[in-house]
Design a protein around this ligand. Structure first.
Ligand code: ADP
Ligand code: MG
Length: 240
């Protein structure tokens, strides 16, 4: 279950990937011939307007969706042709997810939400308790372990979601607008947690609108109309 650092392969490699959808009479090219390499431990932020293709690209990287063209490699392994069962197993063991809307199970406490992720991955109940405490401590919520999501603030819920996403020591964390529903200060806390995870070697690919990301990401790329914008000027594009 421990992440196996690979010295020979980037964590994520996207080669010439395209994805289009039927937009009701016309074709929407959500991602157009995109290539991207993300080395281990990098915190990469993808910025861009709504509809520019960020979520589609994240879904393709995580094997939640398949490209019409091109290939995606995780740790050097081509996932484009993997079976659904292989992809599910790969996601469970290799990838953590954080979404805008937190996605916690409402009837479970903070600790139970985290423990469930460990159990699904096959942790023993002894390891489960210890690792859950460790994770709650890491996100600063030891005192809130028994609270259910509705008893927690948005920022606290997202911290639980980050702990849950990191529970199984994924190689890769996919975060889609993780601060989209949070105020600036709370959002910065989430970015700080993700930055700390990257420092521990977790590779992070994040879509965000939040200009604060330039203070946390190792690299920021901008998407527009399904492609990366050719520029190193993303800081200015974000008004920084
Ligand atoms: N399942 C889908 N069916 C049809 N169109 C889609 C689908 N998913 C995304 N799109 C379209 O693809 C484009 C990119 O969407 P998306 O990847 O969600 O962008 P972003 O995350 O940057 O807002 C948009 O025009 C969107 O409407
Ligand atoms: Mg999106």
């Amino acid at each position: 279950m421990t992440a196996q650092p690979s010295t020979t392969h980037p964590t994520v490699e996207v080669r010439g990937v395209s994805r289009h959808f039927d937009g009701g009479g016309h074709t929407v090219y959500a991602v157009r011939d995109v290539s991207l390499t993300v080395p281990p431990g990098e915190l990469l932020a993808i910025v861009g307007r709504s509809g520019s293709g960020k979520t589609t690209l994240l879904n393709l990287i995580a094997g939640l969706d398949r490209p019409d063209d091109g290939s995606v490699y995780l740790d050097g392994r081509e996932i484009t042709s993997a079976s659904e069962a292989e992809l599910t197993a790969l996601r469970r063991s290799h990838i953590g997810f954080v979404f805008q809307s937190f996605g916690l199970l409402p009837l479970l406490s903070a600790a139970e939400n985290i423990a469930l992720a460990l159990r699904i991955a096959g942790a023993s109940s002894r390891d489960e308790g210890q690792r859950t405490r460790e994770l709650l401590e890491m996100v600063g919520l030891s005192a809130r372990a028994g609270h259910r999501p509705y008893e927690l603030s948005g920022g606290e819920q997202q911290r639980v979601a980050v702990a849950r996403a990191l529970a199984n020591r994924p190689r890769l964390l996919i975060a889609d607008e993780p601060t989209g529903e949070l105020d600036t200060v709370t959002g910065a806390q989430i970015f700080g947690l993700l930055q700390a995870a990257a420092a521990e070697g977790v590779t992070i690919v994040m879509a965000t609108h939040d200009p604060l990301i330039v203070d946390y990401a190792h690299r920021v790329v901008e998407m527009s109309d399904g492609q990366f914008v050719e520029s190193g000027e993303v800081r200015s594009a974000l008004g920084r």
